[in-house]
Design a protein around this ligand. Structure first.
Ligand code: HEM
Length: 420
């Protein structure tokens, strides 16, 4: 299977992080060995000579994500030399090259602290209404069924990533933002380039620039021709009004935050279920276990590898470790959700585990805005997949499934599956 070509984020990760922190061991579902360990907080020496701090403890991660001394506004507070690879990648992914986006910081609320963050976040929360989520739920079902039936009509084998895991969240984002049906193929193609490990950095940059231009046009169109979608709602509800640059940033943040994440949870989640046949059989026997399955997959897989980080605004002592002001603190999300001080038998994938909150969606003011939508997509997507393909199985040995080592968001590049 294909060898990964270096995308912008992979090369950045490889340049800066020790290999054992990005490459998985024998089990692709377990965190990389370098993230494991007893110390809840420890120094992390990067290959570029900078020092950051790594948090692997569940409680300590909750503190970092809920204490105002840890800022998301990394540009303001950090020492510029400590720029982190995942932050570079996240920022690059969220926006096209600077020249085409002069007001680029306008709407990137993921990198803001309260009270700046609060206004945009509130406006957005107001758009994720129960009614809109309910409507999306029926569209998610239609999209899932359509793609599974197309796979079945085409034969008895498919690569689940392009056939199902990628298009589902991509089309859902189209629904949410109000992208015209006529533009969807083009839109999907461009978002897929950014996620394809075989695209060159130049191709990714070009696709990002095109998406930015597309979003700008979409925002302008919604301003003159409002409809019943999230962007039109934001245009209508915001007082004082949001600028086109802010709206474009917000749309791109939603696209990036909500697309690659869910796509990887669907692909890797299916892989994990197929590799745990006892658990999969339990789910098939009792479909009401689907909500537990979604939560356990979120915890067990915790795909945001090192993508959640903060910077200290003043010296802080955390778990007995003194952090100076301006320190970059990186949350090892896969490891905090396996912290043995918090979970019993944390490395087991167990659908009957009592439901207690995990941190796969983060915590505090930046906690995932799209978590209800992500849950809907996983519940319906995985539910339809296993009920419509009762003997779904891998088409290659598990060791040959290419995993997204060294990517900001973990998952599978492809998942060859078969059924009869
Ligand atoms: C924030 C995970 C799906 C939109 C976050 C954060 C995590 C996360 C860990 C916190 C980042 C931080 O504190 O620095 C995930 C996972 C998903 C998922 C694992 C899929 C299973 C989605 C979807 C959407 C979305 C479907 C939107 C449609 C966002 C946004 C933020 C965010 C906008 C930033 C919120 C803020 O800064 O206030 N997500 N996410 N996510 N997520 Fe998700």
């Amino acid at each position: 299977l294909t060898e990964e070509a270096p995308s912008a984020s992979t090369t950045a990760m490889r340049r800066i992080l020790p290999p054992d922190m990005v490459e998985r061991g024998r089990c692709p579902f377990d965190p990389p060995p370098g993230l494991r360990g007893k110390d809840a907080v420890r120094p992390l020496d990067l290959l570029n000579g900078a020092r950051a701090w790594l948090v692997t403890g569940f409680e300590e991660a909750r503190t970092v994500l809920s204490d105002a001394r840890f800022s998301a506004d990394k540009m303001r507070h950090r020492d510029a030399t400590s720029l982190q690879p995942h932050e570079v990648a996240a920022m690059e992914a969220a926006q096209p090259p600077k020249a085409e986006m002069p007001e680029r910081e306008d709407g990137l609320f993921v990198f803001m602290d309260p009270p700046e963050h609060t206004r945009l976040r509130r406006l957005l929360t107001g758009q994720f209404t129960v009614r809109r989520m309910r409507e999306l739920e029926s569209r998610v079902t239609e999209i899932a069924v359509e793609h599974i039936e197309a796979m079945k009509a085409a034969g008895t084998e498919a690569d689940l990533v392009p056939a199902f895991a990628l298009p589902l969240p991509s089309l859902v984002i189209c629904e949410l933002l109000g992208v015209d049906y006529a533009d969807r193929a083009e839109f999907q193609e461009r978002t897929a380039v950014g996620l394809n490990a075989n695209s060159t950095p130049q191709e990714q940059a070009a696709a990002r620039a095109e998406l930015y231009a597309y979003m700008r046009r979409l925002v302008a169109g919604k301003r003159s021709n409002p409809a019943d979608d999230l962007l039109s709602g934001l245009i209508h509800d915001a007082q004082p009004p949001l600028t086109d640059a802010q709206l474009t940033d917000v749309a791109l943040v939603l696209l990036n935050a909500g697309h690659e994440t869910t796509a990887n949870m669907l692909g890797l989640g299916t892989f994990a279920l197929l590799e745990h046949p006892g658990q999969l059989a339990a789910l098939r026997a009792d479909p009401s276990l689907i909500d537990n399955t979604v939560e356990e997959l979120l915890r067990y897989l915790s795909i945001i590898q090192l993508g959640v980080s903060r910077v200290t605004t003043e010296p802080v002592t955390l778990a007995g470790v003194d952090l100076p002001a301006g320190a970059t603190v990186v949350i090892a999300t896969p490891e905090i959700n396996r912290d043995p001080r918090h979970w019993s038998d944390p490395d087991a994938f167990d659908l009957s585990r009592p439901r207690t909150p995990h941190l796969a969606f983060g915590h505090g003011v930046h906690q995932c805005l799209g978590q209800q939508l992500a849950r809907i997509e996983m519940r319906i997507g995985l539910g339809e997949l296993i009920s419509r393909l009762p003997d779904l199985r891998l088409a290659v040995p598990a060791e040959q499934v290419p995993v997204r080592n060294e990517m900001l968001i973990f998952g599978v590049h492809s998942l060859p599956v078969t059924w009869s």
